[in-house]
Write a protein that binds this ligand. Sequence first.
Ligand SMILES: Nc1ncnc2c1ncn2[C@@H]1O[C@H](COP(=O)(O)OP(=O)(O)OP(=O)(O)O)[C@@H](O)[C@H]1O
Ligand SMILES: [Mg+2]
Length: 248
Amino acid sequence: MTAAGPAVRLTGATRRFGDRTAVDAVDLTIHQGERVALLGPSGAGKSTLLALLNASLRPTSGTVEVLGADLATLTGPALRVVQRRVGTIGQRLDLVDQVRVLHNVNAGRLGRWSTGRSLLALALPRPDPVVVSALEAVGLGWAVHERTERLSGGERQRVAIARLLVQDPELVLADEPVSSLDPSRASEVLGLLRAATPDGTLVVSLHQPELARRHCTRAIGLQQGRVVLDRPADELDDALLAELYALT
Ligand SMILES: Nc1ncnc2c1ncn2[C@@H]1O[C@H](COP(=O)(O)OP(=O)(O)OP(=O)(O)O)[C@@H](O)[C@H]1O
Ligand SMILES: [Mg+2]
């Protein structure tokens, strides 16, 4: 079901850790096809918000609806059906170092495959064309058979993006995917993330306003768990950012 409704709808979404409120009563709707830059100072709640959107964290209160499903009401297989439609690239990338690159990329669709087929894929010496073309798309066609641990940081990041391409998600969540890259590499990676969901929705946390302006349609600023800025990305200017990042 590709719901005609919003990709994401948060209603009073709150996440606490002990007496710390990381996400504080957030009401937010993100429509399908929007590309959202999440901005805000360290500790503002960006990673926590992204974790609520892929159900790796549950809200303490409020609701989190993603692709038409209320995540709090789902468990087990029903939750995995939604999670399969959501591609996440976290700061840690979550690659298995000891296996060949093709197996990490193939993991993008294991959710859709039976256990038998997945095991067969691990055993087969020859990668299938979907995996190869995803690796080619990120400029790593040569690395199909490399052991993942041999790759550089930037190359590993591309492997994680190739895994997303294979997953073909409707919603991509990326937590600071370009924080360690030089500006031209960073822009390229954002382009690849957009390609991972050409008609879908992208939510990406970033600290570079120029990248938000170039690659995103909407900018959302968080401060202390609250949405304090929400406007078209091309309206971001230095004054708004200075205010958003000002130490309070
Ligand atoms: N697992 C956790 N346990 C306790 N506190 C947490 C946990 N995760 C986040 N927090 C707290 O919640 C607040 C928001 O953290 P979060 O990681 O979401 O911020 P962020 O905007 O992603 O920051 P950064 O830009 O540094 O990555 C912080 O005060 C943080 O210390
Ligand atoms: Mg973070």
